[in-house]
Design a protein around this ligand. Structure first.
Ligand code: SF4
Ligand code: SF4
Length: 429
């Protein structure tokens, strides 16, 4: 996918084949502007946890300029991949791309049996195989429904096995399957397809149903292709790019066959990956796929009818604090300003006051699987967010990213973290 162009200025300047310029890791001027937005630097206050130190380690890995130490690798792995450093870097360092490239090289260097612990390997396999994932979903559903969850939590065994915090993150499972088409009963304005990815169908059903209800409510039929697969983001960011490529090609082939005006996603993390499909291979039709992509909040805002009538509205005022996921705030140009659509959508609900959660520029620590692999980093970052939520005295904390929502749904925010479209569907339709 990447090639080195020898006759370009600078050593080993990297270009993707579609022409996108990715500054070489050696382009870092070490100005330190990135330090001010880096969550791990904020937490540890040491240079080794700064983006510029990581860029130096990445440089060693990609350009093989020097051996990288285990300590440097540990600090590199501590990165939440929030990409806030990209937003302030005067060298326009494409940190995310460089990080993925470095992870890919690390993975290539490892023998297959050393590519992660058993749990991580199992997680990757579940995401890759929908039937397997569904079987585990049924087991989780049984665990939650039969009282086993209650017993295990009470027994203290989870705490003993150090699984108590991870177990708390598991949302309520829904084992029923979605229909393949949800027709509108309003005047028909068009057809859209819903991207559900890997876990949303069974673990974030509320957001998907709220999206379908809202889209139906403004006149769109919603198609849900049942064979769709994971967007590939988790594999991509762990250096498993070959599998991520396969997922991108599969989803593109499937969705490109549909006669729809838009492909809509509800999780901003998946959205970022889907939007970046176009950068993977210029010749395969991936670009056409990305052009039809919309975040649910963006699509509803763009197609909101002036003359829509809603159910009787409640009289109570509701205050919501808006958590802006890194996958929307920091990942330009494709989704850099998309977090604004959440505010615009919430403003359509009479009685709602939407305010930004303080310090939205810092990552909450969820970072895909980072919250599971690095709880010592993810938990203090989350605690800072929860303290800000308490300070706002808001009734709800809204987030357009399922990973962040699961991570934040704890303590005083328990059962108060929702996707904005859930509030919209409950209060307006
Ligand atoms: S802001 Fe960019 S150029 Fe400056 S130290 Fe950070 S990565 Fe390097
Ligand atoms: S991606 Fe986020 S955590 Fe990683 S170096 Fe950049 S700012 Fe720090």
């Amino acid at each position: 996918m990447f090639e080195y162009i020898d006759d370009c200025p600078g050593d080993n300047v990297i270009y993707a084949q579609n022409g996108l310029y990715i500054p070489d890791a050696t382009d870092c001027m070490r100005c330190g502007l990135c330090i001010s937005v880096c969550p791990t630097y904020k937490l540890f206050q040491i240079e080794a946890e700064s983006p510029r130190s990581r860029v130096r380690a990445i440089d060693k890995i990609i350009n093989e300029t020097a051996a990288v130490s285990n300590e440097e690798l540990t600090h590199l792995n501590n990165c939440t991949q929030c990409r806030a450093c990209e937003t302030v870097c005067p060298s326009q360092m494409e940190y995310g791309q460089l990080y993925d490239l470095a992870r890919g090289k690390i993975m290539q260097a490892k023998s297959s049996e050393r590519r992660g612990n058993l749990l991580a390997i199992l997680g990757f396999k579940l995401i890759e195989h929908k039937a397997l994932l569904y079987a585990v979903t049924v087991l989780i559903w049984l665990y939650q429904k039969t009282g086993l969850q209650f017993l295990l939590r009470k027994s203290g065994l989870l705490r003993l096995l150090k699984l108590d915090n991870s177990e708390l993150l598991i949302p309520q499972a829904d084992v029923s399957n979605l229909a393949e088409r949800y027709p509108t009963d309003k005047e028909h304005r068009g057809n859209v397809a819903l991207f559900t990815g890997c876990i949303s169908e069974h673990f974030d059903r509320k957001t998907l149903m709220a999206s379908i209800k809202s889209l139906n409510g403004i006149g769109f039929d919603v198609l849900v292709p049942k064979d769709q697969t994971c967007c590939g983001a988790i594999h991509q960011h762990q250096g498993r790019t070959a599998v991520a490529d396969q997922m991108a090609a599969f989803n593109t082939g499937l969705f490109n066959l549909l006669d729809v005006e838009a492909i809509i996603y509800t999780a901003s993390g998946c959205g970022l990956m889907l939007n970046e499909y176009g950068q993977r291979d210029a010749g395969s039709g991936l670009k056409g796929f990305s052009k039809r992509l919309f975040d649910i909040t963006e699509f509803l805002n763009l197609h909101w009818p002036d003359d829509i009538s809603f159910k009787d509205h409640h009289a109570n005022a509701i205050k919501v604090a808006v958590h802006e996921p890194c996958s929307q705030r920091n990942m330009s140009p494709v989704s850099g300003s998309r977090h604004q659509h959440a505010y615009a959508l919430l403003e359509k609900i009479p009685g709602i006051t939407a305010i930004p959660l303080p310090e939205n520029q810092f990552c909450c620590g969820a970072g895909g699987v980072h919250m599971l692999t690095h709880p010592e980093i993810a938990e203090p970052l989350r605690n800072a967010k929860l303290a800000h939520f308490e300070q706002t005295q808001a009734d709800f904390l809204v987030s357009t990213n399922i990973g962040c929502a699961l991570h934040l749904n704890i303590g005083l925010a328990r059962n108060k973290v929702v996707h904005p479209v859930v509030l919209l569907a409950e209060l307006l339709f």
